[in-house]
Structures are given as structure tokens and as C-alpha cells.
Ligand binder design. Structure first.
Ligand code: AMP
Ligand code: ZN
Ligand code: MN
Length: 908
């Protein structure tokens, strides 16, 4: 429609010119010619407009018959982008490849690692003076010429300051809408919408290790620059990290601007729509300010870092940071470690289903058939929302809020009016709270595709794969209703994750080959033990001055809200603001790990389809730590996929053996022949062990015993002998009988599991208490994870895989523990029976006695190192650190304050 009008006027003009030629050739007088021309033109215009109007009417009619997508008439800035690196398909993001053979790790990994080794400031940060009044002069960069000039200027600089602004509501992944760059002489505002496709021109200066880039809080910026422009930051000085190293009372940019420059900012501008053009003058001012003073602030911080050595004798950092440049180096190290982060897309096996699972667990978790139906509807609506958001390049929140989905699923409105009423009612609160950032409801996606809803809400089939294909076909298929674009074309491609998933299910229908069987058993394991809904909800808690305190799960938010200690300030994802002054701010305490949003993906390889929690510090040790040292659990419990789990777990088991040797504390208590030689398993005495003798693990013992019982007579003699040795080792080396083998099957099982096995095997060994099996090691929580490969022991459910803290427990109580205290209580009765429990206790006791808490901290660091070396995790949350030790003090109202633990527990 937009194109037709200019084309018609062009034709018009052409006809007028031809007319002039004709009249000229007729030799008419000037004046008459003019009159005739007007007459002709008027007639022509009249005819043309009638034709146009007709055409338009027809067009409108057609439009009403099938729904027309709003995108056909709404222009969004990103539609002009011709080069989109991160589209909305389910295919993984492709990072810049500098040469064909390079792996798909960070393209500048070696450059960054070189900086991490050198840890020196090559640039003179002069602590010169600065005119605190910002002039009106700045450069708006919005075309290729200006961008090239900027690149010229920057490549001559040794250091420049950068900040970026982002738009996220009307885009699926979000996009950078503005980049502010300041040199010592000039402020540049790069209109990244106008020059989006050629932003790569800036890549070399950002990756140049000889040019230092100063950011404040670069975590997100680093990722966004990769995602939108393949720009990788190498050589970063992050003023927020410098604040951490200096233990500044606060580390926000607003604080630094006030203290060093005496200027105040209004951070509410962060939430403005940065796509606006021309950018309103007050937003230009705000944006410039974010970069304008950064070089001066960096000067001040660097000189403080350099001076720190003079008066650090009293500071607690002095033990670790002692030589001259250590403070500077530490700031550089923390800054450049940020640059190693890589952007990844959050991918899931079935579109929208992790959001659905979390909504169901929050709102629709009661049983009964009506609840079942609502749950199915939530799944269908989430599938639709995910796909529609990707196709139209809108955020999930813009398309349909979580509240709206739950309301639709509960009320099942069928007429367009009822649907709209349900939607606007569901979002009244959100609308009221964020009148400037949330759209009016229903969104244009919903209103222009209302005819999808009767199908979504009424149809019975619950096959989400089919639904997915249907939505896809209806909207962007060959005859689809919505525009095809750079953002959504990838959704139609065959390399969809769905096809690979289908292969797996098909394969399990055939006679299973060994490899397939293993794969199927892995699948089963994944189904059984992976987290059923997202672990991190990424809810936010703000202080009463609007500063972000931490990310956490919903339960923690509810805890504060129910006690009237906080008010809800955002719904999707939820955020609260505390009504009291919190004790300390994590960001001010060098604990920036706690204010990172965390992704629901494997920290090792980025797998997002399934993940399990993995404890980096094995629980046989951690369970014996003093309470306040356990509080770093969210740092030391990470998500990993089954494959990374297997690697990490087995290298941890190997390391445990090393620990056992090093400390001379055996991993397993030995079974002894005579009851009067029974060993003390309470863990209070330090048993002496022969080096190299680590006992037999219950799992190894049971597997060997089972194999001997089942296949003993048919086994090659050599193998039979090997297995016998395993069992004999347990029985102190004596010859073993059939009965010993049967008894060995029960070692390490819980009473419940024992009963089950006895029933299955039809044996009665009720008098186990009278025999002398003392090392009845309960391997729960230690080895279960490996058991999918093991035919003897099959765990009942996933609950004993995880003994986690409240911030990681799902509200539906999948993990049956509400606080560490409670876990300890339930475990303490079996304490002496935990697999490596006695070993763990002795090691921890030894460390505490001889090295105090520092000993425990160093011990934790060793385990983190083991973990890092076992799987080379590439997706650890920013701020995760092998040397993490930041202590957390808990305020009076904190959910972790031991005094507050009781109410949390009773709430369940
Ligand atoms: P800044 O680092 O303060 O310049 O923020 C950069 C971008 O992060 C902004 O343009 C926003 O897109 C986003 N952002 C930061 N803080 C918030 C917030 N509190 N709410 C919404 N968006 C935010
Ligand atoms: Zn559409
Ligand atoms: Mn900014």
C-alpha cells in the first residue's frame, strides 16, 4: 500500500510530460496549452483516485477476511537492518571466526588470556583535572562516513570510554540502540540503529589489546556487542570492578559521578525507549553523561589502586594483595575475565516449555482434571507465545504476559471480546505499575491474531510438536499471514532441534542396539533427574533507593512480601523493592556474583534442554562446614548437563582419593572379619590407613557381587577372580560364600531399598543387625548419579540427588528440603552412614583444627579448580570465581538469617 502511492504519482508525472509533448507538437499557444494541460491533469487525477480508492477498498476487504498482521503496517526500526547476527531461530549463535580452523570458542581468547597473564597497565591514567561542566558539543554518528571518521580517531587513542543503551520490549533478543563513546576530547553518540549493518567497522579498535576500553559494569555490554555486531572487547578496565577491589562503600555509576564529579544522574532513563529518533535532548544529556566522565573516574580509581599499598596493612586484603601493583592487577584481572564471556541463545527442547513449567508450578499446581486442562492450555499458550514472539521479533512480555497466560488458561474465554477483557484484567496491575514501559493490552500481536485463540483454547490435541508446525505454517509458511524477515526465516529451516528429538523417540521403538540402548538409558536418566522447571527464576530484589540487590527465586520474593517487608514493583519477571534499609549491598561488598542474572543452561557446554544441579564441593565435606561457610551454596551449586555431570563427577571422585591419601583419611570404612575388631565409624577418631588402600565403594562392591551371583559360573575365570578380589577386599581378604555375596548386595542401601531388593530376590536377611556389617555406607547423594549405568541400584526419584538451599528449591517442593538446617536435621541421623561421610567429617575437622576457616576456604578453592579443569566450563555466570570467598552477613530480615529459618520451614 505504501509503495503504490509513489508509483502512481510517478505515472502521473510521466503522463503529464507526454501530454506536454503532444500539445507542443500540435503547435498550440502557450496560454491555451496551459489550460488544456490543467484540464487533462484534473481529469487524470480524478480517474486515478477513483481507481486507487477501489483498489484500496478491495484490499481492505481482503484484509478483513483473513487476519492481517500488524507488522504489515507498523514499521519497526530493526526492519531496516540488513545484517542480523542473532536471529530468533532455535539455531545456536555463531560467533566470529577469525580463521577457518579456529574452534568456536572466544575469537580473541588468546589475546585476553595474554592480558590476564601480564596484568599490567600500559596506559598512563593521568590524574589530570577535568572541567565538570559538560559542554553542549557532541558528535552524532549516523552514517558510514562519520563512523569511519570515528574509527580513525579511536585507533589513535590509547584509551576511550564506552557505554551502551539497549532496547528490549519490542524485540525478541533485544538490540543495542545507542553506543556512547568518549575520548578525552569528545563525546560521540553512535546511532546504532542507523549504522547497524556497518558496526563491524568498530570491531578492530574494540579488539585491539593496545587500546584500553573503560566501561562501568561491562557485563551486559560485552555480551550485547558480541550479539549485535560481533564486537569483542579486549583490554577492558571496568570501573565497577575497580570499586570492588578498593572495597568502595558503593559501586554504582551514580555514586561515582556524585563523589568524583559532583554530578547527579537519574537512572530512571535506563528504562526509556532508546529507539526514539530524534533522541529527546534530556536523553542525549543522560546518555553522554554515562560515558563522558568515565575516563576521569578511571584516572581517580587507578591512582587510588596504586596508592592502596601504602595504607593496606590494616585491610583484610593485605594478605593476598601485597606487592606494589597487586591492586591494579586485580582490577585488570577482574575486568578482562569479563571479556571472556560469550553470548549464547537460551535454547530449549520444546518452545516456551520452561516458562510453562514455571507458571504451572507457581499458579496451577493443584491436581484434578480442571487443573490438568489449565496446565495443557498454559503449555499451548506458551508454545504460541514463544513462536509468535520470535516470528514478530517482540519480547515475550510484550506478546502476552505470564499473568495473561494463566488467566486465559483458567477462564478459557472464547469470544474475541471475552478474550480481550480477560487480557486487560490480567494486566491491569502491571499496566498501572509500569505505565511507561509496558504496552497497552492486548498487544498488537494478540489483537491482529485473535483468530488463533479459539483453536489454542479449544482444540484437544496436546501434541506440541504438531501445534508448533501448525503455528509456523499459518503465520510464516508459504501462505502465511505475517511478514517473512531476517529475524524469523531461520525458524523454517530443517536444522530445527525438534527433528533430532523425534529421531530419539523413534529409535527407541526399534530393537535396541547397545549404543541406542545406552542413549535411551541416558534419555531416561535425563527425564528422571533433570530439573523439571527452570532453576533460576531471575527474580530481582531492589533496595528502597532502586538499586539492584540480588537475583533470586520466587520463594524468596514471597517470603519478604508475605511479611510486608517489600512491595512488588515488576511482574514479569517479578521484582520487589524492600521497604527497609538492607544490611549492606552485595554489589558493594565485592559479591557481584549475587547480582548476576543466571541462565538455565549447563555451565559447561551451554546445553539448555536439560540440566541437573551439581555440587562443586562434594556434600560429604560441605555438610560438615560451619553454617556461615555453607552460605555460598548458590555459588558452588551449578547447572550441568548429563555429559558434563559425568565428567565432573568422576574427576571429583578421583580427587577425593587424592584427598584421602593426602590427609591419610580413608574414603571408606573397611568391613572387618571379626566383630571385636570393629572400626569406629562415627568419625571422631582419626583412623590410620595404609597409603594406597582406599577400601571398596559400596557401588563397586554391589556391582561385583551381583555379577558374580548372576554370571559367575559362566564368566572367564580371570574376570571372576577380579570380581572376587573386590568382594574379598570388603570382607577383609577372607574366602567368601554365596551368602556373603547376597549380603554384599545390600551394602550401602537405605532400609527402604533393602526391603525392595529383598522382595525382588525373595531372600530374607532380616538379621543384618546381628551380623557384623558395620560399614553400611549409604551412598545416597554420592553415587546415584552414575547409577543409570548400573543394573543393581536404581534410584527411586531425583530428590536425593539434591540437598539444596531455599533459593534453589522449587515451590512445588520437588526437592524436599527447605533450609540447610532442615537438611542437616534429616541427614544427621544417617550421618555416620553417608558414603564418604566419616571421611568428610574427619577432613573438615582436621582443616578447621589446623587451619581454621581459611583452611576451609582454600579447600573449597581446590574443588572449584578440580571442577574447572574437569569440564572447562564456558558458561559460568559472570562473577563466578575459583577464589570466591566473599563473606555474607545476614541482616535482621534476611531469609538466610538463622533466626528467620523456622518460619520458612513451617510455611511449606
Ligand atoms: P546502563 O548500563 O545504565 O547504561 O544501562 C544500559 C541498558 O541496560 C539500558 O539501556 C537498559 O536497556 C538496560 N537497563 C539497565 N538497568 C535497567 C533497569 N533497571 N530496568 C530496565 N532496563 C535496564
Ligand atoms: Zn503476525
Ligand atoms: Mn547508560
Amino acid at each position: 500500500m505504501f509503495f503504490r502511492i509513489p508509483i502512481s504519482s510517478y505515472h502521473q508525472a510521466a503522463i503529464v510530460i507526454n501530454l506536454e509533448l503532444i500539445l507542443n507538437s500540435l503547435g498550440l499557444q502557450m496560454e491555451n496549452k496551459h489550460k488544456l494541460k490543467i484540464a487533462f491533469t484534473v481529469t487524470f487525477l480524478a480517474v486515478a483516485s477513483i481507481l486507487l480508492a477501489n483498489k484500496f477498498r478491495k484490499h481492505r476487504k481482503r484484509k478483513q477476511n483473513s487476519t492481517s498482521c500488524y507488522l504489515k503496517s507498523e514499521a519497526k526500526p530493526q526492519h531496516n537492518f540488513k545484517r542480523v547476527l542473532a536471529n530468533n531461530s532455535y539455531a545456536p549463535f555463531k560467533h566470529l571466526k577469525l580463521d577457518e580452523n579456529s574452534s568456536d570458542l572466544h575469537p580473541y581468547e588468546s589475546e585476553i588470556k595474554a592480558l590476564l597473564e601480564k596484568l599490567q597497565l600500559d596506559i598512563e591514567f593521568s590524574n589530570g583535572s577535568m572541567d565538570m561542566k559538560m559542554s553542549d558539543k557532541y558528535v552524532w554518528v549516523d552514517d558510514e562516513l562519520k563512523l569511519k571518521e570515528l574509527v580513525e580517531v579511536l585507533s589513535e587513542e590509547r584509551v576511550f570510554a564506552v557505554d551502551t543503551e539497549q532496547h528490549s520490549l519490542r524485540s525478541f533478543l533485544g538490540f543495542t540502540a545507542l553506543i556512547q563513546i568518549s575520548t578525552r576530547d569528545e563525546d560521540y553518540l553512535v546511532d546504532t540503529i542507523a549504522v547497524h549493518d556497518i558496526m563491524g567497522l568498530l570491531g578492530p579498535v574494540f579488539a585491539n589489546p593496545n587500546i584500553c576500553k573503560v566501561f562501568h559494569g561491562a557485563d551486559n555490554d560485552v555480551i550485547w556487542l558480541q550479539r549485535d555486531f560481533h564486537i569483542y572487547v579486549v583490554n577492558l578496565f571496568d570501573t565497577a570492578k575497580a570499586c570492588d577491589v578498593l572495597s568502595k562503600p558503593q559501586r554504582s555509576l551514580a555514586y561515582l559521578l556524585e563523589t568524583y564529579c559532583g554530578v547527579t544522574t537519574n537512572k530512571l532513563y535506563q528504562r526509556e525507549d532508546w529507539r526514539q529518533r530524534p533522541l529527546p535532548i534530556d536523553m542525549v544529556e543522560y546518555a553522554r553523561m554515562d560515558a563522558h566522565y568515565l575516563l576521569y573516574i578511571a584516572d581517580c580509581l587507578v591512582s587510588e589502586l596504586k596508592n592502596q599499598k601504602n595504607d593496606n596493612s590494616a585491610s583484610e586484603n593485605s594478605a593476598t594483595l601485597d606487592d606494589d601493583l597487586h591492586f591494579v592487577s586485580e582490577a585488570i584481572r577482574r575486568s578482562n575475565a569479563l571479556c571472556l564471556q560469550l553470548f549464547t541463545k537460551d535454547l530449549e527442547a520444546s518452545p516456551g516449555q520452561s516458562a510453562a513449567a514455571s507458571m504451572i508450578s507457581r499458579h496451577l499446581n493443584d491436581h484434578g482434571s480442571s487443573a490438568n486442562n489449565s496446565q495443557d492450555l498454559v503449555r499451548r499458550l506458551c508454545c504460541w507465545r514463544d513462536l509468535m514472539a520470535r516470528m514478530h521479533d517482540e519480547s515475550l512480555k510484550y506478546v502476552l504476559s505470564d499473568n495473561a497466560i494463566v488467566s486465559l488458561a483458567e477462564t478459557v474465554p472464547l469470544s474475541p471480546t471475552d478474550i480481550c477483557t480477560t487480557l486487560s484484567q490480567a494486566d491491569i496491575d502491571t499496566d498501572f505499575l509500569n505505565s511507561n514501559s509496558t504496552p497497552r493490552f492486548p498487544s498488537s500481536v494478540v489483537s491482529s491474531h485473535l483468530d488463533d485463540f479459539p483453536y489454542l483454547l479449544q482444540n484437544e490435541t496436546n501434541n506440541l510438536d504438531d501445534l508448533f508446525q501448525l503455528i509456523l505454517k499459518k503465520h510464516i509458511g508459504p501462505n502465511g499471514s505475517c511478514p517473512f524477515s531476517l529475524y524469523n526465516y531461520g525458524l523454517l529451516s530443517k536444522t530445527n532441534i525438534k527433528s533430532s528429538k523425534r529421531l530419539v523417540t523413534k529409535a527407541s521403538g526399534y530393537k535396541l542396539s547397545k549404543q541406542v540402548a545406552r542413549k535411551a538409558s541416558r534419555e531416561l536418566f535425563v527425564q528422571k533427574f533433570s530439573c523439571k522447571s527452570p532453576v533460576y527464576h531471575n527474580c530481582r530484589i531492589y533496595a528502597n533507593d532502586g538499586r539492584l540487590l540480588c537475583y533470586c527465586d520466587r520463594r524468596k520474593l514471597e517470603w519478604y512480601v508475605q511479611r510486608d517487608l517489600a512491595k512488588i514493583v515488576d511482574e514479569d519477571p517479578p521484582a520487589i523493592m524492600l521497604l527497609f534499609e538492607p544490611k549492606g549491598r552485595p554489589e558493594d561488598e565485592g559479591n557481584d556474583f549475587y547480582i548476576q542474572s543466571k541462565k538455565n543452561i549447563c555451565v559447561g557446554c551451554g546445553e539448555g534442554n536439560h540440566y541437573l544441579r551439581y555440587r562443586i564441593i562434594p556434600s560429604c565435606y560441605r555438610i560438615h562446614f560451619p553454617e556461615h561457610l555453607k552460605s555460598h551454596r548458590s555459588h558452588d551449586i551449578v547447572l550441568v548437563c548429563v555429559d558434563c555431570h559425568e565428567k565432573a563427577h568422576s574427576s571429583a571422585e578421583r580427587y577425593k582419593k587424592k584427598v584421602a591419601l593426602e590427609f591419610g583419611i580413608p574414603l571408606f570404612v573397611h568391613k572387618v572379619v571379626n566383630s571385636n575388631e570393629q572400626q569406629d565409624v562415627s568419625g571422631s577418631s582419626t583412623s590410620v590407613m595404609k597409603l594406597g588402600d582406599c577400601g571398596v565403594s559400596p557401588l563397586e562392591l554391589r556391582t561385583a557381587a551381583m555379577a558374580l551371583i548372576r554370571h559367575g559360573p559362566r564368566m572367564p575365570p580371570q574376570r571372576r577372580e577380579e570380581l572376587k578380589q573386590v568382594v574379598k577386599k570388603y570382607y577383609g581378604g577372607r574366602e567368601i560364600s554365596e551368602e556373603d555375596l547376597e549380603k554384599a548386595l545390600l551394602v550401602g542401601m537405605s532400609p527402604h531399598e533393602k526391603r525392595r531388593l529383598r522382595k525382588k530376590r525373595g531372600i530374607s536377611l532380616n538379621n543384618t543387625s546381628s551380623n557384623n556389617i558395620v560399614s553400611d555406607n549409604d551412598i545416597k547423594g554420592e553415587d546415584n548419579v552414575d547409577s543409570y549405568k548400573n543394573e543393581v541400584h536404581e534410584p527411586e526419584n531425583g530428590s536425593n540427588l539434591d540437598i539444596t538451599d531455599p533459593s534453589e528449591v522449587e515451590p512445588n517442593g520437588q526437592v524436599h528440603s527447605s533450609s540447610d538446617g532442615a537438611v542437616f536435621a534429616t541427614c544427621s541421623s544417617k550421618l555416620s552412614l553417608l558414603g564418604h561421610g566419616p571421611h568428610g567429617k574427619q577432613v573438615v575437622d582436621y582443616l578447621l583444627k589446623n587451619h581454621g576457616e581459611v583452611g576451609i576456604q582454600e579447600f573449597c578453592q581446590r574443588w572449584r579448580q578440580v571442577f574447572v579443569e574437569s569440564i572447562n566450563p564456558r558458561f559460568l555466570p559472570a562473577g563466578w570465581d575459583v577464589t570466591h570467598s566473599g563473606r555474607r552477613e545476614f541482616g535482621d530480615f534476611s531469609v538466610y538469617n538463622p533466626a528467620n529459618k523456622a518460619p520458612v520451614a513451617t510455611k511449606d
